[in-house]
Design a protein around this ligand. Structure first.
Ligand code: NDP
Length: 419
């Protein structure tokens, strides 16, 4: 029996919280704490009649370590599940450290203000040293490893689908299918249609920052960076069909490059339709993706934050999104001296997710593994002092729980590979 505190109450948290409530045997008490407490109260009202988990709510500004420490010390959770934004990762980790409570999240740290000179100095050095220029990387959170070890607490980073399940798929393949893995292609396909000319399926600010950045991949022990959207492939996704996909930088590449011995190349591809790309290019060209504040009629506004206010809230896309997602890894390596390739993937139907928890499949495929990661930690199955990604533990109990809570997987031992 465990007591969990979830921070944030948006699209992903809505699913993770619904799944926590389906799993009262493990999570008997839950606090939902977020910036807008009315959202936490509304979710509590919806879920309380359906679950044995005792739910409480609170308002918290997760940019304030003091507020977090006060709340954590008052509620005394066994673990804190951070489903706010990557901007809050370090503050929440600091609070967990002070309170000696386990920490779990789904996305790695990036700063809200990318013009902050202190952050920029470190960022520019990292771009030069490592060779990729995404705003996010693991160095900030891996730097907590020793502090977490000394405090005797676990930090589990990136337990969404990608990163999260995709890293577990790699660990699972290494455990059960290969002696050595050489090539990993992670393919993220959203074949869903929400009917809007343009909308993002998770937080627009974080999503647009990610997909408008230069792409990069890991090859022969170094990063290769390319202009945004400059490598395109077509792939015929099981249960979805033929889609265009583009090579992006993605955070699990960094962890897998460190943790999969002998790996020669890791790439990440995501599908986009032409309409999405045209809208994004246009918004970028007129400056709407900028993170630098501008003066407008006496107010300072950040263009990408203003754009977020105009775009549909991803948490409201559930009723109108139809179609399926297919996310997984094509992995090539060696078993008993012979080269082989497998494709391990999950297919998720937007409308089935909506019927079950009231959300579209992107929030669902992130929220379920967030709950499963938290469950691994509180049950002691993935608990050791330090800071880890999901590829660093035994994948079997995680994979089993994923299937039980709505995300089963398929292994194709004769897939089409990506050129
Ligand atoms: P949303 O914008 O829908 O939700 C974010 C929530 O965090 C909101 O409830 C928001 O409050 C709250 N919040 C923001 N700032 C603060 C703060 N300072 N203090 C307290 N609460 C705050 O985002 P999503 O649900 O789409 O995404 C959540 C996380 O999941 C993100 O980090 C995202 O990167 C990650 N993600 C990971 C994926 C993966 O596969 N690994 C895939 C998709 C998303 P308010 O309601 O007031 O706005």
């Amino acid at each position: 029996m465990a007591r969990i505190m979830v921070i944030g109450c948006g699209g992903v948290a809505g699913v993770a919280i619904a799944k926590i409530c389906q799993n009262s045997e493990v999570f008997d008490e839950l606090m939902i704490a977020s910036r807008t407490v009315a959202k936490c109260d509304a979710l509590k009202e919806k879920l309380a009649p359906t679950t044995k988990t005792k739910i409480t709510t609170a308002r918290v500004d997760a940019d304030s370590k003091d507020e977090l420490v006060k709340l954590i010390n008052a509620y005394k959770p066994d673990a804190v599940l951070n489903l706010a934004l990557p901007y809050q990762d370090l503050t929440i980790m600091d609070a967990c450290l002070e309170c000696k409570v386990d920490y779990i999240d789904t996305a790695n740290y990036e700063p809200e203000d990318t013009d902050d000179p202190e952050w920029r100095k470190i960022y520019e050095k990292r771009c030069k040293d490592l060779g990729f220029s995404a705003y996010f990387d693991y160095s900030w959170q891996w730097a907590y490893k020793e502090k977490f070890e000394k405090a005797g607490i676990t930090g589990l980073l990136g337990t969404g689908f990608d990163p999260g399940v995709t890293s577990v798929f790699a660990a699972y393949a290494l455990k059960h299918y290969f002696d050595e893995i050489h090539y990993i292609d992670i393919l993220d396909c959203n074949g869903g249609d929400h009917g809007y000319p343009f909308a993002t399926n998770f937080n627009p600010e974080i999503n647009l920052r990610e997909v408008s950045a230069p792409g990069s991949y890991w090859e022969n022990s170094k990063w290769v960076e390319i202009p945004a959207m400059s490598i395109k492939r077509e792939y015929n996704f099981p249960e979805v069909g033929m889609k265009d996909m583009y090579l992006l930088h993605h955070e699990e590449i960094e962890a897998l490059a460190k943790n999969i011995p002998g790996v020669k190349r890791i790439r990440f591809f995501m599908t986009f339709g032409q309409s999405y790309l045209t809208h994004m290019k246009c918004l970028e060209n007129v400056g709407m993706l900028s993170t630098t504040p501008v003066e407008f009629e006496g107010h300072q506004i950040v263009p990408i934050q203003f754009l977020k206010a105009l775009l549909p809230d991803p948490a409201t896309l559930g009723p109108r999104t139809v179609g399926k997602t297919n996310i997984g890894n094509i992995i090539t390596g060696v078993k008993d001296g012979k080269e082989k390739t497998i494709y391990i993937y999950n297919v998720c139907d937007h409308q089935e997710c909506y019927k079950e928890v009231g959300s579209q499949a992107i929030s669902y495929t992130t929220g379920v593994p967030a709950m499963v990661g938290a469950m691994m930690v509180v049950k002691g199955l993935w608990k050791k002092p330090g800071v880890f990604t999901t590829d660093e533990f035994d994948p079997d109990p995680y994979i089993e729980a994923l299937a039980k809570f709505g995300l089963p997987f398929v292994v194709d031992e004769n897939p089409t590979t990506v050129e």
